[in-house]
Structure formats: C-alpha cells, structure tokens
Design a protein around this ligand. Structure first.
Ligand code: CO8
Length: 258
C-alpha cells in the first residue's frame, strides 16, 4: 500500500508506524486511521512480527481529530459516516502488543489513540489532554472511558472538564504511562522494549495481552478464571517446553512461536 499519512517500517521483529501529517501536528482523519488499520492488518498477518510501536513527531504524537474537517460536520455526517471512529477499534482487536511512543502533544483523539495502545512510553516533553470541551464537544474515541480507568475518576474529570494538559511526570505518577524517557532516547527505548517482547514466544505474549485486557472488561473472579485457563493452555505449547528446559539447562531459550 502507498501510505500518505503514516510511515510503515519493520525493525527486525518489530512493526514501526510513524504518524506523518506534520503540518497539522498529526491531526487524525479518516485516511490516517484507515491506513493505520491496513498497517495493523499487515503486522497481524506477519508471523515474524511480535510487537508494534506507534510514534509521532518530536512536537506531537497527535493533536487530536482534524478540527478543520469536523467543523463542518452535521449530526448525520458524524453518525452515518462514523467519522474517524469507524475503524478505531482495529487497534483494540489487534492481538499483538502495541507500544505508543509519545513525544509532544497527545491531545483529544491523540490521547485516545495512545490509550488504545497497550502501554505508553512518554518522552519528557509529552503533554496529554482531552481538550474537546473547549471545542463544544467531548471525547469520542474512549477518552471518558479509558482515561478514568488509567488515572482514576478525579483526574479524568479534571482533565476532561477543564481541558488542562498533563505533563509526562504527572502522567507517570497517575498511572497513564509506563515509562518517562528523555526525548532523544524515546524511539530507541520503545523499539528496544518492543524487540525484547518480540523475542519471546508470540502465542505467550498474545495470551498475556489478552489476559491483562480481560482484567479491564470483567470482574475479578471471571478474570482470574480466564487467566487460569489460559495459563493451563500454555502447557500445550512447544515454547513452554523449550522455555522451561532452557532454564533448567542454563541456556537461552529459542522460541518457535508454537
Ligand atoms: N486539527 C487540525 N489541525 C490542527 C490540530 C487539529 N486537532 N491541531 C493543530 N493543528 C494545526 C494548526 O491548525 C496549525 O496549522 P496551520 O499552521 O495551518 O495554522 C498547525 O497544526 C500547528 O498548530 P499550532 O500553530 O496551533 O501550534 P501551537 O504549537 O501553537 O499549538 C496545540 C499546539 C496546543 C496542540 C494547538 O495546535 C491545539 O490546541 N490544537 C488543537 C488540540 C485539540 O483541541 N485537540 C482535540 C481535537 S477534538 C478531538 O480530538 C475529538 C476526538 C473525537 C473522536 C474522534 C477519534 C479521533
């Protein structure tokens, strides 16, 4: 595919996507989100890929949905066209881990995109916010749902209702981001973490992702039962035999993804 709004690369076993609308601070439009879906389809189908990193530019991960486009929309355009969100859940259904490497602004849909990934690595320049209230609307791609799960109700209310931005240190303290990294090392560290993940057994990392996500979508008892069943099923994998044998034999495991 000839991508116009993103750059799609592979780095070893890692899929690497760069949002690329620099003049609009990577504002999200249908074309970009559709391209993201195509790239994810490709990485999902590629047995060699074990993890994906999504990043933006130094100035902006993404400054939200494209306001210029949305400004003219009627209710019917938004509802029937399902603007931007029609392909949004592709990230949620993607089964391999995804790291958002965020530098600069992650606002509105940009913050929602980062939160749709499995973890966020933030540059020390990162700024997160849901400023839709200033535009006379509200978050529409998970901001009012994923943000309180990540940072708690009080801070989610604060961010969504006042439109203030949260810096990387505050975001880490609040639990939104996994790591804060000097800006010039962000991509390098995200790719290194992704390479580590991709070096493990692909079915096992998929099972871990699925099990942790289950904790957000079910009660504790159901989640524990799910985890137990998936844990038991890992004993059907050659990779479990290899991983444990390698430990016992004091050598590095060589996983075959089966
Ligand atoms: N949409 C379109 N263009 C944008 C956007 C945006 N969200 N953000 C910035 N740009 C453009 C600017 O218009 C400007 O273009 P130009 O040079 O042609 O005038 C260029 O990017 C640079 O921006 P600024 O000159 O404003 O740069 P500053 O450094 O002065 O300010 C800010 C940076 C603070 C990020 C500022 O640009 C800003 O406030 N942007 C808007 C942030 C915002 O309100 N985001 C929320 C949008 S609404 C939303 O995301 C709803 C999501 C609903 C779900 C849909 C799924 C995604």
């Amino acid at each position: 595919m000839d991508y116009q709004n993103i750059i799609v690369e592979t780095r070893g076993k890692v899929g690497f996507i760069t949002l690329n609308r620099p003049k609009a601070l990577n504002a999200l439009n249908d074309a970009l989100v559709d391209e993201l879906g195509v790239a994810l389809d490709g990485f999902e189908a590629d047995e060699n890929i074990g993890c994906v990193v999504i990043t933006g530019s130094e100035k902006a991960f993404a400054a939200g949905a494209d306001i210029g486009m949305m400004a003219k929309f009627s209710y019917m355009d938004a509802y029937k066209g399902d603007y931007i969100t029609r392909n949004w859940e592709r990230l949620k259904t993607f089964r391999k881990p995804v790291i958002a490497a965020v530098a600069g602004f992650a606002l509105g849909g940009g913050c929602e995109l980062a939160m749709s990934c499995d973890m966020i690595f933030a540059a020390d320049t990162a700024k997160f916010g849901q400023p839709e209230v200033k535009l006379g609307t509200l978050p529409g791609a998970g901001g009012t749902q994923r943000l309180p799960r990540a940072v708690g109700k009080a801070k989610a209310m604060d961010l969504c209702l006042t439109a203030r931005m949260m810096d990387a240190a505050e975001a880490e303290k609040a639990g939104l981001v996994a790591r804060v990294i000097p800006a010039d090392k962000l991509v390098e560290e995200a790719l290194a973490a992704a390479a580590t993940i991709a070096s493990y057994s692909l079915p096992v990392i998929m099972m871990i992702k699925e099990s942790i996500n289950r904790s957000f979508e079910s009660g504790l008892n159901e989640g524990l039962l799910f985890e137990r069943r998936v844990f038991h099923s890992s004993f059907a994998l050659d990779d479990q035999k290899e991983g444990m044998a390698a430990f016992v034999e004091k050598r590095k495991a060589e996983f075959k993804n089966q």
